[in-house]
Design a protein around this ligand. Structure first.
Ligand SMILES: Cc1ncc(COP(=O)(O)O)c(C=O)c1O
Length: 399
């Protein structure tokens, strides 16, 4: 039978970036003690109050249809959360609840771009962007992020990539895989490019609450471009709720209307008992949420310190997110060879960052989402592995 062209656009480098992760799971199934740092699913439990609310909702019969776009309390809670983060007042009618940030990304993009359009995306980038933009029929235009600039996006590079077909720029701050957090000046400069070329600025802020020592700045808080900004986010990372699939889009009211129509034909709304938990999750800063952030910060400090002391390795200190980029260029191995050997010889799974785009070449994406002792053990294994390489198995550049 014949399939639509869409299915080919869904096959891409991004969907292949997870090969090491699948191999790690297979090794685990075969009885190996693998430390899996190839995925960003926080190892914490969902805050207790959120679980309790959902269980009570289920027991209370909250199992029928509900609001497709998210109930009024859900959208109000998201609007207030965004206001606390950015200082910008948000009209709940500009908010639509979605299935995770991934559902938000797809829904937002399919409403603003289509065949013949171009979307500018800095790379390395989160692995689903390629397929998501492909699904809309638009073409992704990559802009390289540079390691020597700590992977911070330069507005001039964005501007150089603009063509008459460009319709949107897709930003991600704090950034996966690099951990870069864009400053207000950088966001304003990129926003200015969008304003001058009449582009949408879609910003994936799924790690907004996970910054370490720097402030998260949302383009929605820059008044000159607020009408063209679409924010995408979720509870997945901030509240360790990846499996709940709660996300949202914040944008112009007209977009919210189109998203409502789209939700009608895709999923008909988040489950009612899940929606009940959203205002509880976002109502106040749960102790668990603050403690997760502090734990990630401590883990980041641990790994940065350990990696920098290892022969032939370096790393860029992430300002946010739950990942860091380990620079393996001094090891004499490519990032692919390094990652595969690290898995096969040391049972540590981290993704070669070139799976996120060519500018990730020479780096590994190392996740901080396992318990601290395991992370420390992973550093021990990494150190033993690179010391083994230096003893003569591979050509190492001297320090
Ligand atoms: C940058 C980025 N955007 C979106 C997502 C998807 O998030 P969600 O689980 O809310 O769909 C992820 C998940 O890792 C991510 O890293």
């Amino acid at each position: 039978m014949r399939y639509a062209d869409l299915v080919h656009r869904l096959e891409n480098e991004g969907s292949r970036a997870w090969e090491i992760h699948s191999a790690a799971r297979a090794r685990e199934d075969a009885g190996h003690d693998v430390i899996v740092l190839s995925i960003g699913d926080p190892d914490f439990e969902t805050p207790k109050a959120v679980v309790d609310t959902t269980v009570a909702a289920l027991r209370g019969g909250r199992t029928h249809y509900t609001y497709v776009e998210g109930g009024p309390e859900v959208r109000r809670a998201i609007a207030e959360h965004h206001q606390r983060l950015t200082g910008i007042a948000v009209d709940p009618d500009c908010v639509v609840a979605t299935f995770g940030a991934q559902g938000a990304l797809y829904s937002a993009l399919v409403c603003v771009v289509g065949p013949g359009d171009e979307v500018i995306v800095p790379e390395p980038m989160y692995a689903t962007y390629d397929g998501t933009i492909g699904a809309t029929g638009a073409t992704m235009v990559r802009v390289a992020l540079r390691g020597d600039r700590r992977f911070h996006l330069d507005a001039a590079d964005v501007e150089r990539a603009v063509t008459p077909r460009t319709r949107a720029v897709l930003l991600n701050t704090p950034h996966n895989p690099t951990g870069a957090v864009l400053s207000r000046a950088e966001i304003e400069a990129i926003g200015d490019v969008c304003r001058r070329h009449d582009l949408w600025l879609v910003c994936d802020e799924v790690y907004a609450t996970l910054t370490y020592g720097v402030a998260h700045v949302s383009p929605s808080a820059v008044p000159a471009i607020a009408d063209r900004v679409i924010v995408v986010s979720s509870l997945s990372k901030s509240h360790a709720m990846c499996g709940w699939r709660v996300g949202w889009v914040i944008g112009p009211k007209e977009l919210a209307h189109h998203l409502y129509n789209l939700s009608l034909v895709i999923h008909y709304g988040l489950p009612t008992f899940v929606q009940d938990a959203v205002p509880v999750a976002l109502a106040h800063d749960h102790d668990e949420v603050a403690s997760m952030r502090e734990t990630f910060r401590a883990r980041r400090d641990l790994v940065v310190q350990r990696v920098r002391a290892m022969p032939g390795l370096d790393c860029i200190q992430p300002e946010g997110s739950v990942f860091l980029m380990v620079d393996v260029r001094g090891s004499g191995l490519s990032s692919q060879a390094f990652a595969w050997r690290l898995l096969e010889e040391a049972d540590v799974a981290a993704l070669p960052a070139d799976g996120f785009g060519p500018s990730g070449t020479g780096y590994l994406r190392w996740s901080l989402t396992v318990p601290t002792e395991r992370l420390s053990q992973a550093c021990d294994r990494l150190e033993a592995f690179v010391r083994g390489l230096r003893r003569g198995h591979a050509p190492i550049t001297p320090e």
